[in-house]
Design a protein around this ligand. Structure first.
Ligand code: G3H
Length: 537
């Protein structure tokens, strides 16, 4: 991989320059877009700019508020008021009108596509192609969620007759949901909890991720215009200062958190009434790939390069350890090294770019320490430029052979390192999964049906998705996305998420003529939103 050229200011194309002053330092509480008068922080891009003397500095692309405890509690008060013990305008609104609000939101959201894409490139270094895909995938997710809700509503519109009872069973909202998304999919993963929570009738506080916050600001007007005050509140600040008070208040009903298990544990423990809190989480993973002796190496290399290095390996679903059978491990590792070495590094807006600068503070130093630990214990970096770094740019490194003594064997690197371990018996892969703190997904590469079948059976109760001859991934978003152990709690997919943010509620009565008359009058008189046979196509 050729040396990366960070741009000088005049080398940044005019059409990608962000316009942060348009949005900076804003947040949304109780239907008001507010400008914060207190402390702020500079949003520093992973993209460094080179000055005339050759030194590098991270571009500053905007300013975000560091709200305080009081303002955070104001967001909670607004969300609770809009919930109003389930009697608020939004939680009692008929499904058709909630869907109408969401459709209006989509119309306004798509107008901000270019601005959000531009900010995604600057804030987290995602390539233009991937930033566009994230935006478009999110819009499709919202539309799919609307369709899934219509399906659910059609099912719920019918009355059930069972053992002398008439009943109507619907899914009802849970209350106030705190949504926190991660930096790697700051729009998509925030919305994959926020949207289903909202459309089910909950009210929401969204605390933005540390990196990938500014890109939410172009959407504040759309939130404000489409939903009643207090239904959506968007805040930002230091976690302990703004999230701590929300959790310790005991007034958050659902925690939807995508991030680390360490933070998830802290947040859950802060809630004084744990029985009342529902948690939906997506946490770490150390998804392995097993390259079996029978594997088609061309397929395995292509999938493992994409699986381990898409968005620089910063995906919870990324392949983070490749197990290659001893009979083919050397060949596989060198083919991987050759494929990784020619990946194009550059700025997110450059055509065909695959590897980009990393947003997390000191990330390159931490990645280099993981590589050095492996080198000190007998591994090698196989690709010539691997693990070299400058500023925020780390050249992807194929490290081989990785063994259980090395940190890279166990730790989630969440970055552009491709560790390859050798194995002799399939039981070593099973053993790795048994010992692992995580249980999200695995990829198996091979062509021998018997060996594949045995491994599927050995692993099916240890992970939540087994990918045959393909990399690990979340999509299609209609598939269930979950994990065992420290990888997740709950399941997210378009339809599962609607269930996660709601609870089944029943209205039931004995099937007598008098009762049938009452229900009939309620339904034909359209007196109730719950007891109703209305549905939408
Ligand atoms: O970071 C975790 C994401 O949910 C992964 O999604 O597999 O579509 O990249 P993806």
């Amino acid at each position: 991989m050729a040396a990366l050229q960070f741009p000088t200011p005049d080398q940044i194309p005019a059409d990608v320059r962000p316009n942060p002053e348009r949005y900076e330092n804003r947040y949304l509480i109780d239907g008001e877009i507010r400008i914060w008068g207190g402390p702020t922080y500079e949003v520093k891009s992973p993209i460094c700019v080179r000055s005339a003397d050759g030194s590098l500095s991270r571009a500053v692309v905007g300013k975000m508020p560091m709200l305080d405890r009081n303002e955070s509690l104001a967001a909670l008060a607004a969300a609770r008021k809009a919930w109003d013990h389930g009697r608020g305008a939004w939680p009692t609104m008929r499904v058709a009108r909630r869907i109408g609000a969401m459709e209006k939101f989509i119309d306004l959201m798509v107008k901000e596509r270019e601005e959000v894409v531009r900010l995604t490139m600057w804030e987290i270094g995602k390539t233009r192609k991937d930033a566009e895909t994230e935006f478009d995938r999110t819009v499709v997710y919202i539309r799919d969620t609307i369709n899934a809700l219509k399906d659910q509503d059609r099912q719920n519109a019918r009355f059930v007759m069972e053992k002398g009872f008439i009943a109507q069973i619907r899914r009802a909202p849970l209350g106030v949901v705190l949504c926190m998304g991660p930096f790697n999919y700051p729009l998509n993963e925030t919305f994959t909890t926020l949207i289903p929570a909202l459309i089910m009738g909950n009210t929401v506080i969204s605390k933005l991720p540390k990196y990938g916050a500014l890109l939410h600001l172009p959407l504040l007007t759309a939130w404000k215009e489409c939903f009643p005050p207090g239904v959506v509140n968007i805040i930002q600040g230091d976690g302990p200062e703004v999230v701590g008070p929300l959790m310790t208040s005991g007034e958050v009903d659902v925690l939807a958190f995508i991030g680390t298990s360490r933070v998830a544990n802290i947040l859950r423990k802060q809630h004084p009434k744990p029985n009342r809190l529902r948690s939906i989480t997506g946490l770490e993973a150390k998804n392995p790939a097993a390259i079996l002796p029978s594997a088609n190496l061309e397929v395995a290399v292509k999938e493992c390069v994409g699986g381990s290095l898409s968005f620089n390996g910063q995906r919870c679903t990324a392949l983070k350890l490749m197990f290659a059978h001893k009979s083919i491990s050397n060949d596989f590792a060198h083919k991987m090294a050759a494929a990784v070495e020619v990946l194009k590094g550059g700025m997110p807006w450059e055509a065909g770019v695959q590897i980009t600068p990393l947003p997390e503070d000191d990330k390159c130093t931490r990645l280099r320490a993981l590589v050095d630990d492996a080198l000190s214990k007998g591994a090698r970096v196989l690709n010539p430029s691997g693990a070299q770094f400058e500023g925020t740019f780390f050249k992807p490194a194929v490290v081989y052979p990785v063994t259980p003594e090395m940190a890279l064997y166990h730790e989630e690197q969440f970055g552009p390192i491709v560790p390859i371990a050798e194995y002799e018996s399939e039981s070593e892969i099973d053993h790795f999964m048994r010992k692992s703190a995580y249980g999200q997904q695995i990829s198996l590469f091979g062509t021998d049906p018997k060996v594949m079948a045995d491994l599927v059976d050995a692993l099916a109760n240890q992970v939540c998705r087994i990918n045959l001859n393909s990399q690990c991934r979340r999509g299609p978003d209609t598939f269930p996305f979950s994990g065992r152990k420290d990888s997740a709690e709950g399941t997210l997919s378009v339809s599962d998420a609607l269930r996660a943010f709601s609870i089944r509620t029943v209205v039931s009565l004995a099937s007598t003529d008098a009762n049938k008359q009452i229900v009939g009058d309620i339904v034909t008189g359209r007196m109730s939103s719950f007891l109703s046979t209305d549905f939408i196509f």
